[in-house]
Write a protein of this length. Structure first.
Length: 203
């Protein structure tokens, strides 16, 4: 009888322990819950920093390629992969736009058309339409890491994009506008780039 009593007390202790564990999460909408969420996010951030691969913390640098590292979290494994890749492509497109805009500005200055406002605006429109997260089709995922975390799955990806592909997109975009193309050919740097791409295609 005494043994049964002891077992009963032990079972009750387990139930109390479980209930106290559940009650450790504050009620939603309270200041305590806000603080709890903040602490959880900080723990997750630290966990990500500890588990993040070196290539995520310091993406490679190469004169012939652009690299973009990205990460995403989802309760679904495939969704976490898709989100990470999409974020990486979007960031890559932003960087390509910045890089190509600078390149185009140099071509405009060399062409002697820098004071031609209409021409400059045309070039800006061409530049903005060239690189989006949709048409960076030459990208390649060179690294990937999957993690099981508290809220689901976290994916890290490293995306590589060849600058030769970017230059080709740039030249094709310019050639699609005859007036812009004719004026930009006055830039020796652009003419050399175009000739280089034509030569590469002929081999």
């Amino acid at each position: 009888m005494k043994g049964m009593k002891n077992r009963g007390w032990a079972a009750m202790a387990v139930v109390v322990g479980l209930l106290s564990g559940c009650s450790s999460v504050p009620k939603p909408g309270t200041p305590e819950f806000t603080q709890y969420n903040k602490e959880q996010k900080e723990e997750e951030r630290v966990e990500v920093m500890e588990e993040a691969p070196d290539w995520f913390m310091e993406p490679p640098k190469d004169g012939d390629y652009l690299y973009e590292a990205a990460t995403a979290l989802s309760s679904d494994l495939q969704m976490s992969i898709d989100k990470a890749v999409m974020d990486g492509k979007t960031n890559l497109a932003d960087r390509l736009n910045g890089k190509m805009s600078g390149q185009i500005q140099r071509y405009i200055e060399e062409s002697g058309e820098v004071e031609n406002r209409e021409f400059v605006q045309q070039m800006e429109r061409v530049s903005k339409s060239l690189f989006t997260d949709v048409n960076t089709s030459g990208y390649r995922i060179t690294e990937k890491k999957l993690m099981k975390v508290r809220d689901g799955y976290r994916t890290f990806v490293l995306i590589e994009y060849p600058l030769g592909e970017a230059n080709q997109v740039l030249v094709e975009g310019v050639k699609s506008n005859q007036r812009v193309h004719a004026k930009l050919r006055a830039s020796k740097a652009f003419a050399a780039l175009e000739d280089e791409i034509v030569a590469a295609r002929s081999h």
